[in-house]
Design a binder for this molecule. Structure first.
Ligand code: SER
Length: 891
């Protein structure tokens, strides 16, 4: 049974039983404590904890998940995949244990002809939380399982939470016995023989911080209602039903293994180490496809880093299989062919997805070249010290700066007979990760602990009045100091204030927060920042300018009008530029992020090559024409499917509510899902000028622009600059380009002349040098350090010239060296008799280059080399002399 069929049957089964089919949430997790969604229930957390009223009592979904804790295990076991899909059925205070067990058992055991999965009942087991007698009773009654096929397990196995504070509960799993070839009788721990494939969580508790991820955390209490959250491992069921050994061999994944085998010429199943590589490739390519599809782009932090690592591990694994050419161009389309059956949107988006992936591969290939030089140097130093271990910080630098995965460094070091201090490396990585995590948390929530915000949020949503008015009479709901609810705050303090309703826009959707004042009887607050740390709660960070503020007081909240007008200009300007971009470049140039503040905007979009001046001007032209046409700007609310039908653009990775706000400029010309504030007519945006366009990562470009008066000021500054240049160069502005071109041409010619003169001087030394060779055991040797800056070509000319001037009846060796831009280069030339004496230029140049921290080689009569360490120059020349003596005397 195809994986897509396993999926279809699941959704059908539960839809027929009154479950609303809910689409998967995007992979990036909205929770700052998690990078990616790791379970189907993640998007329903607010319903479980009673923070929001569920719009339906029952739901079913197939959630895209990525778990990366076990990335090193991928390919080594049969069940670890980074990307996987979890089929789930959910009840929000509707049915509970008995009904959940009944549904699961029915679907699992119902014959395939009747729409079920048709598993053989006699090999199925159930595990339950050790003290859950009720569950045991249900399994006996509903499924008819005998006692010896029900196992009681502890908290680690049969109590489920997301690994962080939140909803949790005891669970019960369905296991299948795959037979003695997979492990010992009744060994539940190992996991391969008794494979669990469906987890039924009886979601009824709430947990706190602590424990080791799976157990040992405190249970804080009960949820308002008893819920059901189940998760069926789609890939697991697929491989069980497809009669293959592991998840990498299912229809959705295996074709990539076949492709990798075809490219590399190696066979899957022939060698254990190669097999792991094949599986890593197939798993990682698929995960990368899905992550990029959900808007993740390769980067050095957070989710972007995970994606980068997946791509690089797969590219490197292809190399280890002996395939050195770009491989994603073959593998990614193969993965797409399979995945589009369940995710047709990937196909339409593939031009963008592939651009991002291929650009990353290209970058990594360059990195591999640069990193290898650094690696070689590090190895040389370690060896020179007589040590056998590469330090952790060197491995970390290779990783951090050159993107070398640690296993790459370890493997390359092993080839040189060295170990790597992986402990040291890991502790540096951990430091970096902790820093990144702390940053992310601080950025998203102001404080890692959001419980005080939740407490205030429980009193209701803070209404945003700022679409319609800039001043609102309101009341202080609460004051927070350092993330905790506090009493009064006095003059001079900086605290956070929550109002019942507010006209202040909280930073989101790329638009920065409003500025302004909140005033009350005897006090005045200056608004410094406005954020929404938890959904539905607007929090103002304020400085108390006068008096004291506390909960319950009446206030007048007043947004700075000038600020807001400019903010609206910038945000509408962003939409205008986005629409213009897509009009000029095509629909794949989709925004992946944006930021705007009064007078300025920037927009990141999916595109992998730079835009030439003509294209930039065209975008600017289209944008300014749209401003001039005075298009009307309007916002309306509708359901997400309706908005999609309308073609409204949504940002990747965002989770949207059921009712979304669509902002239009000129009707269909620009339609975006957006909660921001906007002008009423496009003409109010004013002038728009694009100031820069550059790469900000693989496949992502950033365009910056000024809007309104700031655009005019920018143009004014440019005009002043042109005037200054034309005064200095004494030419009319329109003749500046010709003048500059003329100047640089003349400079180029002069530099060439100078070079010739310099080379002439260097070569002029030839006659002198040839006159005074040193006698080294009968060999006439000239070792000469030329002035700095002589090019490799001139050095070669010099060596050959000196050789030509030396007596022909005697062996002669010439070695000349020069340091150019801090890099030493050396050329060795020798005559025929020297070669008869068994001297070789290639050998001698290698000896010299070693002293320079580099390499060299060439023919027997002339060879050249170089290195990175100019300090070794003198030694390099004397080493050639020693080598001659050594070779000639045979010592
Ligand atoms: N949340 C549970 C799990 O991830 C069941 O969906 O296993």
């Amino acid at each position: 049974m195809d994986t897509s069929e396993v999926r279809r049957r699941f959704l059908n089964y539960f839809e027929e039983r009154d479950h609303t089919v809910v689409p998967s949430a995007p992979l990036p997790s909205p929770d700052p404590n998690l990078l990616f969604n790791v379970a189907g229930m993640a998007q329903f957390v607010p319903y479980f904890v009673g923070q929001q009223t569920p719009p339906y009592p029952r739901a079913t979904s197939v959630q895209k998940c990525v778990r990366t804790l076990d990335i090193e295990e991928v390919g080594k076991t049969t069940r670890h995949g980074t990307f996987f899909q979890m089929n789930g059925n959910f009840s929000f205070g509707d049915y509970f244990k008995e009904q959940a067990v009944q549904y699961a058992w029915d679907l699992v055991t119902k014959s395939q002809a009747d729409g079920g999965y048709g598993f053989d009942e006699s090999v199925l087991y159930a595990s339950v939380y050790y003290e859950d007698d009720e569950a045991i009773d249900i399994w006996k009654r509903v499924a008819g399982l005998p006692d010896d096929r029900i196992v009681r397990l502890g908290m680690k196995d049969n109590f489920w939470s997301m690994g962080i504070p939140g909803p949790c509960g005891p669970c019960s799993e369905i296991l299948i016995d795959r037979g003695p070839q997979y492990g010992a009788d009744r060994d539940w721990e190992a996991g391969d023989r008794y494979l669990e494939f469906w987890n039924l969580v009886f979601m009824q508790n709430i947990r706190g911080e602590g424990g080791n991820g799976k157990e040992g955390y405190p249970i804080l209490g009960e949820l308002p209602k008893k819920n059901i959250d189940t998760g069926l491992g789609l890939e697991r069921v697929a491989y069980l039903l497809q009669g293959v050994d592991n998840m990498y061999e299912i229809d959705e994944i295996f074709p990539v293994i076949e492709k990798a085998s075809e490219l590399s010429g190696r066979k899957y199943g022939a060698d254990q180490i190669d097999d792991v590589r094949f599986r890593v490739i197939a798993d990682h390519v698929r995960s990368a496809l899905m992550l990029i599809g959900d808007g993740v782009t390769p980067g050095n932090e957070q989710g972007g880093y995970v994606l980068r690592r997946l791509l690089r591990r797969s590219i490197r694994s292809m190399r280890l299989l002996g395939y050195e050419d770009p491989s994603l161009v073959e593998l990614l389309p193969t993965s797409l062919e399979q995945m589009k059956k369940s995710y047709p949107e990937l196909e339409a988006d593939f031009p963008r997805i592939s651009q991002v992936a291929y650009a990353e591969e290209e970058a990594f290939r360059r990195t591999l070249t640069a990193g290898t030089t650094i690696f070689d140097l590090a190895v040389k130093n370690v060896k020179a010290e007589g040590a056998v271990q590469l330090a952790g910080n060197q491995a970390f630098q290779l990783h951090d700066t050159y993107g070398f995965p640690i296993d790459l460094t370890v493997e390359m070091a092993a080839e040189q007979g060295l170990r790597v201090d992986t402990e040291g490396f890991r502790s540096l990585m951990k430091e970096q990760r902790d820093r990144a995590k702390a940053d992310a948390r601080a950025k998203k929530a102001g404080h890692a602990d959001t419980s005080a915000y939740r407490e205030l949020r429980e009193k209701g949503v803070t209404e945003f009045t700022g679409y319609d008015e800039l001043a609102t009479d309101s009341q202080v709901r609460g004051v927070l100091r350092d993330g905790a609810v506090a009493g009064a705050a006095e003059q001079g303090e900086t605290v956070e204030v929550v109002l019942e309703k507010t006209p202040f826009y909280a930073e989101s959707g790329g638009q920065i927060a409003d500025e302004g004042l909140i005033v009350g009887d005897g006090f005045k607050l200056k608004v410094l920042d406005v954020q929404r740390p938890v959904k539905g709660l607007i929090v103002h960070r304020v400085e108390v300018l006068e008096g004291a503020v506390q909960a319950g007081l009446d206030v007048h909240a007043q947004v700075d009008k000038e600020w807001r007008i400019s903010a609206c200009q910038a945000h509408s300007g962003t939409h205008v530029v986005h629409a213009a971009l897509r009009q000029v470049l095509g629909p794949t140039a989709l925004q992946s992020g944006s930021y705007n503040k009064p007078g300025y905007l920037r927009l990141d979009f999916a595109w992998s090559s730079g835009l030439d001046q003509a294209t930039r001007s065209e975008i600017e032209e289209v944008a300014n024409l749209a401003v001039r046409q005075d298009l009307s700007v309007s916002a309306q609310y509708m359901s997400l499917p309706e908005a999609r039908e309308w073609g409204a653009l949504a940002l990747f990775g965002e989770t949207y509510d059921d009712s979304v706000r669509v902002v239009e400029i000129g009707g269909p010309w620009s339609r975006e899902l957006c909660g921001g504030t906007h002008v009423k007519h496009s003409s109010q945006v004013g002038a728009l000028t694009v100031t820069s366009e550059a790469s900000v990562g693989a496949g992502v470009r950033r365009l910056e622009a000024f809007v309104g008066m700031d655009a005019l000021h920018y143009l004014g500054r440019e005009r002043a600059l042109v005037r200054l240049l034309s005064e200095n160069l004494k030419t009319r502005p329109e003749e500046l380009p010709a003048k500059v071109a003329d100047l640089s041409e003349r400079l180029r010619v002069a530099e060439k002349e100078l070079e010739k003169v310099r080379a002439g001087q260097v070569l002029a030394a030839a006659a002198e040098l040839a006159k005074a060779p040193k006698d080294v055991f009968g060999v006439a040797y000239v070792g000469h350090r030329a002035p700095d800056g002589v090019s490799g070509g001139d050095l070669r000319k010099l060596a050959i010239d000196v050789r030509g001037r030396m007596p022909l009846d005697k062996p002669a060796v010439v070695a000349v060296l020069s340091v150019n831009d801090g890099k030493p280069a050396v050329v060795v030339a020798l005559n025929d008799i020297a070669r008869e004496w068994r001297l070789k230029a290639g050998d001698l140049v290698r000896t010299a280059a070693e002293q320079l921290g580099g390499r060299g080689g060439g023919k027997d009569d002339v060879a050249q080399g170089g290195g990175t360490d100019p300090a070794g120059s003198d030694k390099a020349l004397s080493s050639v002399e020693h080598a001659i003596g050594h070779l000639v005397t045979g010592g």
